[in-house]
Design a protein around this ligand. Structure first.
Ligand code: NAD
Length: 476
C-alpha cells in the first residue's frame, strides 16, 4: 500500500464545486483494520446549498435536453473507464474486494452509464390521432436522493444516478459511511462532466441519511440497504409523498434437485454463495439439498472452497477479501456459533484467519435447519448453510417461508423439471442452474415482499425515475 492511498481524502461535490468540511470521519481498511482515509462530514449549511443547487438544476433546461444528457452520460462512462486503475484501488482499499473484482465493478458500472445514455423513454400514442392528438409519456420527478450500501458502492451509485439523470432528474448521492471514498472520488472525476447541481455527492456518518430524506426539495429517494433502514426511508418519504424505490436485503434459497449435477454445478453454486465474500444481496444464502446427497455435495463444495485464496485485495491470486467491517464480521461469527450450538456441523472453514483484517475462511455448514439464525436471517458473509430435505414440497415451502423475496434458484440436470419447480419459488428473480446471473443493466433488479419496492435497471428503472404525463389535444 502506498503512502498516498493510506491517507486518502476526497471532497464532496456541491453545486459543481469541491466541498470540504471542518469535520472528517475515518474510513477503515478492512484488510488491515487501520485508517484508509477520511471523508468530509457534511454540514447543515452544505445540505442547504446542495438542495438549492439540485432545485436550480431541476428547473434549468439542461436536464431536458436529451442529446446533452446522453452525451454527458457517455462521457461519464468513459471517465470511469479511463480512471479504472485509480477508482479500483480506492474501492479495494475501503471495501476489501480483490483488485481485479474492484476493476470489474468500475467497468461494469461504466457500461450502465452507456446503456442509460442510449435508452429511449417510453412513449405511447393514444387513439388514431384523428379526433385528438394524445400521447402518454414520462416526465422528470425532480431532485433525487440516492443512498447506497457498502458492498458494491460504485455499482450501486451508478445504478441509481444513470437512470435518474437519463430521466432528467438531478441526483444527490449519499454513500455508506463505511465506503464513501470511492464514491467521493468518482464525484470529483465527474465534476467536469455534468453542469452544477446535476450530480452532487454528500458524505457523512449515519445521521446524514435522515436529514436528507426529511428535506422537501427531494422528490424521489432510491435506496439500497437493509430491510430495517428501507422501512425508515419509506416512512420518511411518506410525509410528503416522495417517490421511493427500495433495493433491500435478501435470503436467497437455492434448491438442489435429486438430479443435481455436482460435477458441473458445484463450482457455479459455490461462487453464487461466496462472490464478494458472500456480501451480495443476491448471493445464494440457504442451500436445500436432498437428504441422501448431503455428504457427497458437502464434500464437493468443500473441495471448491479449498481452491479459494482468502487475503488482501492487493495480493495476486486472491479470490476472497475480508468482511467489510467489524460489525458484519461479528454478526457472521455469531451466526456460525449459533448454528453449531444448535447442532450444525462445520464441513470446512468457520475460522477467522490469524493476523490483522476481518478475514474469514469460506465456511460450509451441514445439518442446518429453520430456527438457526444462519437460515432465518440474511447472513451477508462467507457462509453456506446446507439444509437437508426429504420432500421437495417441504423444501419449496421453506424456501418461500421468510420475509425475504429477492432471488431464488433451482438446480437440476433435467432443465424442464427444474423450471417447473422454479415456477413455485416466490421471489423477484428466479434462476435455473445459475444464481444472480443476467443481462444487466438491461434486466430489472427487483425484490418482492420485504426485499424491495419497485425496480431498478432496464426500461423499468428509467420508468421508476420518472412520473407519467398525458398530453392530449382536442382536434375537433
Ligand atoms: P444499511 O441499511 O445499514 O445502510 C444503507 C444506507 O442507508 C447507508 O448509506 C446508510 O448510511 C443509510 N442509512 C442508514 N440509516 C438511514 C436512515 N434512517 N435514513 C436514511 N438513510 C439511512 O445497509 P448496509 O449494511 O450498508 O448494506 C447491507 C444491506 O444492503 C444488506 O441487507 C444487503 O442485502 C442490502 N443490499 C441490497 C441490494 C439490492 O439491490 N437489493 C444490493 C446491495 C445490498
Amino acid at each position: 500500500m502506498t503512502e498516498t492511498i493510506s491517507t486518502m481524502t476526497y471532497s464532496q461535490v456541491i453545486d459543481g464545486q469541491p466541498a470540504e468540511s471542518a469535520d472528517y470521519f475515518d474510513v477503515i481498511n478492512p484488510a488491515t483494520e487501520r485508517i484508509a482515509g477520511r471523508a468530509p462530514q457534511c454540514t447543515d449549511e452544505q445540505i442547504d446549498r446542495a438542495m438549492a443547487a439540485a432545485v436550480a438544476a431541476s428547473r434549468s433546461g439542461w436536464l431536458r435536453d436529451k442529446a446533452k444528457v446522453a452525451e454527458a452520460l457517455h462521457r461519464a462512462g468513459q471517465v470511469l473507464s479511463d480512471n479504472v486503475d485509480e477508482l479500483a484501488e480506492v474501492l479495494m482499499t475501503e471495501q476489501g474486494k480483490p483488485l481485479e473484482a474492484a476493476r470489474g465493478e468500475v467497468l461494469f458500472s461504466a457500461a450502465f452509464l452507456h446503456y442509460f445514455a442510449d435508452l429511449e423513454p417510453a412513449s405511447t400514442p393514444l387513439g388514431d390521432g384523428t379526433a385528438a392528438r394524445g400521447v402518454v409519456r414520462t416526465q422528470p420527478i425532480g431532485p433525487t436522493l440516492a443512498i447506497t450500501a457498502w458492498n458494491i458502492p460504485i455499482n450501486l451509485a451508478v445504478a441509481k444516478l444513470a437512470p435518474a439523470i437519463a430521466a432528467g432528474n438531478p441526483v444527490i448521492l449519499k454513500p455508506s459511511p463505511y465506503t464513501p471514498l470511492s464514491t467521493l472520488r468518482m464525484g470529483e472525476l465527474l465534476r467536469e462532466v455534468f453542469p452544477p447541481g446535476v450530480l452532487q455527492v454528500l458524505s457523512g456518518t449515519d445521521e446524514l441519511g435522515p436529514k436528507l430524506t426529511a428535506r422537501p426539495e427531494i422528490r424521489k429517494i432510491t435506496m439500497t440497504g437493509s430491510v430495517g433502514t428501507g422501512a425508515k426511508v419509506y416512512a420518511a418519504g411518506a410525509k410528503d409523498l416522495k417517490r421511493v424505490t427500495l433495493e433491500l436485503g435478501g435470503n436467497d434459497a437455492a434448491i438442489l434437485l435429486d438430479d443435481y449435477d455436482a460435477a458441473a454445478m458445484n463450482e457455479p453454486l459455490f461462487m453464487a454463495a461466496f462472490a464478494n465474500t458472500g456480501q451480495l444481496c443476491i448471493c445464494a444464502k440457504r442451500i436445500y439439498v436432498p437428504a441422501e446427497r448431503v455428504d457427497e455435495i458437502a464434500e464437493g463444495l468443500a473441495a471448491v472452497a479449498a481452491t479459494m485464496k482468502v487475503g488482501p485485495g492487493t495480493e495476486p491470486g486472491v479470490t476472497m477479501g475480508p468482511l467489510q467491517n467489524k460489525a458484519q464480521y461479528d454478526k457472521v461469527t455469531e451466526l456460525i456459533e449459533d448454528a453449531v450450538a444448535k447442532g450444525a456441523t462445520v464441513v470446512t472453514g468457520g475460522q477467522r484467519l490469524p493476523g490483522e483484517g476481518y478475514f474469514m475462511e469460506p465456511t460450509i455448514l451441514k445439518g442446518c435447519r429453520p430456527g438457526m439464525r444462519v437460515v432465518d436471517e440474511e447472513q451477508f458473509g462467507p457462509v453456506m448453510p446446507l439444509i437437508a430435505y426429504t420432500e421437495l414440497d417441504e423444501a419449496v415451502e421453506q424456501a418461500n417461508g421468510t420475509e425475504f423475496g429477492l432471488g431464488g434458484s433451482v438446480w437440476g440436470a433435467d432443465v424442464e423439471r427444474a423450471e417447473s419447480v422454479a415456477s413455485r419459488v416466490y421471489s423477484g428473480m428466479v434462476w435455473v442452474n445459475c444464481h444472480g446471473e443476467g443481462q444487466y443493466p438491461a434486466q430489472p433488479f427487483a425484490g418482492v415482499k420485504s426485499s424491495g419496492l419497485g425496480a431498478e435497471l432496464g426500461p423499468w428503472g428509467l420508468n421508476a425515475a420518472s412520473d407519467l404525463r398525458v398530453d392530449y389535444t382536442n382536434l375537433g
